[in-house]
Ligand binder design. Structure first.
Ligand SMILES: [Zn+2]
Ligand SMILES: [Zn+2]
Length: 745
């Protein structure tokens, strides 16, 4: 039986109240010694008769901790005759700071207690809650290495900080009205709005219809009441894109949307993501979302809580103040410079945001955007000794760093096509590298596309610091992110650069990481005008079905003969025509056929509108047509599109079919066909496991049809819900793939 020793704990062990937690256990078990932050780890020297009980009690850590590793080595002493929290010292960097955490119930109660020290103070936090990743520059986690160093503690905060029995014992974010960060309310010209209570005034302005940029935990939102949503759309020039909303509480969300038990748990969890829910009445709240779904979240900071305590309206539109795909705006100067025409007021504060963090988004239990509250995300994963950087895809990007058996994925970065987001990518690599103590990399994984900015940056990093480059094809990264086991992989998404230089996106693979053979895909069809066919899906429709019927439809929709002739000639002479097996493009085309979307104004718009219309539609079984192309089996999407055209024509000729039935039938049969490809491949290869990934898998009907069909064939179907099924899983998959390819190579 041990009675003393040196204990080293690794993982997410700083910024989670680990030291005060250990301190409290030491008192409980009569332990002498000390605890301190050492690098990014926690070191404990402990001695006492109940050493083993003490050890057992700290193994799980406080609620927010994630322990990757705990070791005990003998240490005879000397020991002090009490238990101390010692100042931090530099040491190994292996751990990570936790994500930002929603304000806890106890802190909300403190904010609500009007006479108390924290009464109505918006930045109240404790050892269990508040900002973390967004405010820290490096580890060990101490006030001087966070933005809180600007705010020296007042005596009362200092007393609480030092008091072992207090919830704010060693809470680095402790602050009160007297010593902590302060709010400021500005009009669009930068003039200070003077009033007694800035939050109350902000609520009053919102209630009266104002559009206000509010600086939150990880960046600026634009907020307004539902009645002002139309005005917000007009000012942002986004007529179609749905907004997320913040709702007073999850009970009220119930009145707007259908909330399952699992969804309620997500809504109220410490991560507080935006949860995409099915509206109760799809004709309601159309100014916020013209889809059948609506993205809802509940307040997650003291500021939000106070805002809603004054607000008369039950919900606020709450949208990121940046352009979609661009980095969140974090500082007031940038916000003033870029939003003074869009908003009427700015509610800001003087707590700097070091690391920006957009809201996370979840739908049906699957992560759409991995960000605030969820990232940095850590997964324990033995991939060997190499340190690996994976720079992610181009759209919906994030990065992953692997070191010492743990893969850490950054918060959402965005679309790395513009300089702003590209800089943010580089900054994320530096920040995460610093926090993890990774300065150079043995392997640098990147997309197979030679021209992506991220690919070029990977090359630069390899030139500077060494490290072997590992290109990873987009869809193989999807499969690798889902499982390292032998499998049939279904990847259905928008675009990914394929082995043959065409655009893939409806692919079936067979094998085990890193040897995934492409064994099936959707029919390869032309995209006249390349990217133009993504923006204008009617071009895609004609690319798939260049038929007189479609020409007639286009002419009836406002195309003129000249435009049509140019399109025809383009296809005929193969001028600027890309080829694609993308699932997203096929969905776009049918959305265009049904007249649901003729111009894409936001990512995924045509397919999302198709899905919305399909809800409530009755799906009929259509004939599927498969053919072989060398070693791959191909599902004919032309044939599916022809069926859709036939049905659509029957509606136009006055038959009783409804658009929603055609939309539902198309999705259902496309999904059946994709499942068919996977089942055939599984039978050919004798592999019983099928995995599903790619952004199209967020479409509930498509996903559930595939699951159903694959399971009916006696196969297992797996979706990795720990990571996004969209491109937010790519950097993690690249990382796993790179490790495997080097091992096998
Ligand atoms: Zn708290
Ligand atoms: Zn104070």
């Amino acid at each position: 039986m041990r009675r003393s020793g040196r204990i080293l704990v690794r993982g997410v062990v700083q910024g989670v109240g680990f030291r005060p937690f250990v301190f409290a256990r030491a008192l409980e078990y009569g332990i002498f010694g000390h605890v301190k932050n050492l690098g990014s780890e926690v070191e404990i020297y402990a001695k006492g008769d109940r050493f083993e009980d003490f050890l057992l009690s700290i193994r799980t850590g406080p609620p927010l901790a994630r322990i990757d590793y705990l070791s005990v080595t003998p240490w005879e002493g000397p020991y002090p005759d009490d238990f101390l929290i010692l100042p931090s010292s530099p040491g190994t960097m292996s751990g990570m700071i936790p994500p930002d955490i929603a304000t806890c119930e106890e802190c909300i109660a403190d904010i609500d207690s009007r006479g108390g020290r924290y009464g109505s103070y918006w930045a109240t936090s404790c050892v269990n809650c508040g900002p973390r990743y967004s405010i820290i520059s490096t580890l060990p986690y101490d006030r001087e290495r966070t933005v809180m160093q600007q705010f020296p503690m007042c005596n009362e905060c200092g007393d609480e900080y030092a008091e072992p029995s207090c919830r704010r014992h060693h809470a680095q974010t402790i602050a009160c009205e007297r010593c902590g960060p302060h709010l400021i309310l500005l009009d669009r010209n930068g003039n200070t709005v003077d009033c007694q209570d800035l939050i109350q005034e902000t609520a009053r302005l919102l209630d009266s219809g104002a559009l206000i940029a509010i600086r939150g935990i990880g960046g600026f939102h634009i907020a307004c009441i539902e009645e002002s949503a139309g005005e917000l759309k007009r000012r942002l020039g986004r007529s179609e894109q749905p907004f997320a909303i913040m709702v007073r509480n999850s009970d009220y969300v119930d009145q707007i949307a259908c909330v399952s038990l699992e969804e309620r748990l997500f809504l109220d969890s410490a991560t507080r993501p935006i949860v995409v829910l099915e509206k109760r009445d799809r004709t309601a709240h159309t100014e916020i979302s013209n889809l059948h779904t609506i993205g809802c979240m509940v307040p997650y900071t003291g500021l939000h809580h106070l805002l809603f305590s004054h607000l008369m309206h039950p919900l606020l539109v709450m949208t990121s103040a940046n352009m979609p795909g661009y980095p969140m705006i974090t500082d007031i100067d940038r916000a003033m410079a870029s939003l003074s025409r869009e908003v009427d007021f700015f509610l800001s504060h003087d707590r700097r945001i070091i690391n920006r963090c957009d809201d996370s988004v979840v739908r049906d239990g699957f992560i759409i955007r991995l960000s605030r509250g969820m990232a940095p995300k850590r997964t324990r994963l033995p991939l060997g000794k190499s340190t690996i950087l994976a720079v992610g895809p181009e759209l919906n990007s994030n990065i992953t760093i692997y070191k010492d058996d743990v893969a850490t994925t950054s918060p959402h970065i965005g679309n790395v096509r513009n300089p702003g987001t590209f800089n943010y990518l580089k900054e994320s690599i530096r920040t995460m590298g610093r926090l993890l103590g990774a300065e150079t990399y043995d392997l640098i994984a990147h997309d197979a596309h030679p021209q992506f900015l991220s690919t070029r940056y990977a090359r630069e990093l390899a030139d500077e610091g060494g490290g072997r480059l590992v290109p990873v094809q987009h869809h193989r990264a999807h499969i690798a992110a889902a499982t390292p086991d032998p499998c049939i992989g279904i990847t259905i998404d928008g675009v990914g650069y394929g082995d043959d230089g065409t655009i893939w996106g409806g692919e079936i693979f067979a094998g085990q990481i890193p040897d995934y053979e492409r064994v099936g895909h959707l029919e390869v069809v032309p995209m006249p005008g390349g990217d133009l066919a993504t923006t204008y899906p009617e071009r895609m429709l004609y690319g798939i079905l260049p038929e007189p019927d479609v020409e007639e439809i286009l002419l009836s929709r406002g195309w003129n003969d000249l435009e049509l002739d140019i399109l025809k000639a383009q296809l005929h002479k193969n001028l600027n025509v890309a080829m694609t097996s993308s699932t997203g493009r096929v969905l776009d085309a049918v959305s265009a056929l049904l007249g649901l979307c003729d111009e894409k104004t936001y990512d995924g718009e045509p397919a999302m509108k198709l899905e919305s219309v399909a809800v409530g539609g009755r799906a009929c079984e259509w004939d599927l047509s498969f053919f072989r192309n060398a070693s791959t089996e191909v599902l004919s999407t032309r044939s599916l599109m022809k069926s859709a055209l036939r049905e659509y024509n029957s509606i136009r000729s006055g038959d009783h079919h409804h658009i929603s039935d055609v939309a539902a039938s198309f999705q259902y049969n496309l999904a059946r066909g994709i499942a068919g490809l996977a089942v055939h491949a599984a039978q050919d290869c004798g592999i019983p496991l099928v995995v599903l990934s790619g952004g199209v898998a967020y479409n509930r009907m498509i996903r559930e049809t595939i699951i159903d069909q694959v399971r009916k064939a006696g196969l297992e179907l797996f979706i990795n819900a720990e990571y996004p099924v969209g491109d937010g899983c790519i950097s993690f998959g690249q990382c796993r793939y790179a490790a495997a390819s080097v091992k096998s190579g």
